[in-house]
Design a protein around this ligand. Structure first.
Ligand code: PAF
Length: 282
């Protein structure tokens, strides 16, 4: 049985009734098969599963899609039930931010300045602030985040370490359509032509990974990913293609690495990434 709770008080009672390990999956709703995989991974590793659904206004810029972000609570609850969630916490804005928007926010520091942080100023302050609040409210033993939002995953991990939050942050691999497109709540904005154009992101990542497997160095891997992105992309505007250390630490990369991409497909901004392995520096 999955209990839907809307207030902190209800959540407190529901959480107190959970004995044994509690895994949390934080979402903004509009759940899809990628989330379902995340929920099932969480359920497998914890005795109880708690899901949060909250479209967090703090992480949307003034020209972003907060108002049109899909809100599909009934369908989301069905997915949560299927995945064996014990509790779904779906607060409204006043419940989450009873004193208005919080004056004190979590700043991601240097790790939030690049990549997504460059294009979406304030985004990670908003994400980390709500994630920290949700950690306090749900008190999980384990927290599961999708690798698709890779920079978010690394920053949440870092925040948990820096602020001594007693939680294990677990990354769950990205789920893809058979043609390679990473599942995302924002894919539903794409027209049929844009859906095809969006494949340029995963194609570029695949090309980069193959180049790395073939022994090419970081510069050549990135060049190959750019080439394939450029060849595949019509109606797509690249924001960034970047090759970094797996923890997104600055500096030269060798051995295990991460290739990340962000691009506008029509009016929709998509992100994707993959693990790659470069030859070790000699
Ligand atoms: O990844 C998301 O859906 C959101 O950024 C999160 C972690 C639920 C915070 O609002």
């Amino acid at each position: 049985m999955t209990a839907l709770v809307r207030t902190r008080e209800e959540l407190g009672k529901a959480r107190a009734a959970l004995t044994g390990t509690v895994g949390v999956v934080m979402t903004m709703g509009a759940l899809h098969a990628g989330h379902e995989t995340l929920l099932r991974a969480a359920r497998e590793r914890s005795e109880h599963l708690l899901v949060t659904i909250f479209v967090n206004p703090l992480q949307f810029g003034p020209n972003e899609d907060f108002d049109r972000y899909p809100r599909t609570l009934e369908a989301d609850l069905e997915i949560c039930r299927r995945a064996g969630a014990d509790v779904v916490f779906a607060p409204d804005r006043a419940e989450m931010y009873p004193d208005g928007e919080p004056r004190v926010r979590v700043s991601p520091g240097q790790g939030g300045e690049d990549l997504e942080g460059l294009s979406r100023p304030g985004f990670f302050d908003g994400v980390l602030t709500v994630v920290l609040k949700l950690f306090q409210l749900t008190r999980p033993d384990l927290a599961f985040f999708g690798e698709k939002d890779y920079q978010q995953l690394t920053l949440v991990r870092r925040m948990a370490r820096d602020f001594d939050v007693p939680v294990e942050v677990v990354g769950v691999p990205t789920v893809r359509e058979p043609d390679g497109l990473a599942l995302s709540s924002r894919n539903r904005y794409l027209s049929a032509e844009e859906r095809v154009a969006a494949l340029s992101l995963s194609a570029a990542l695949r090309a980069g990974a193959e180049a790395a497997d073939g022994g090419l160095d970081a510069g050549a891997v990135l060049a190959q990913a750019h080439r394939v992105f450029g060849a595949a992309a019509s109606g797509v505007r690249l924001d960034y293609l970047a090759l970094t250390d797996p923890d997104l630490e600055p500096g030269p990369v060798a051995g295990p690495a991460r290739l990340l991409v962000a691009a506008w497909v029509g009016g929709t901004r998509l992100i994707d990434n993959t693990a790659i392995r470069l030859a070790p520096r000699s």
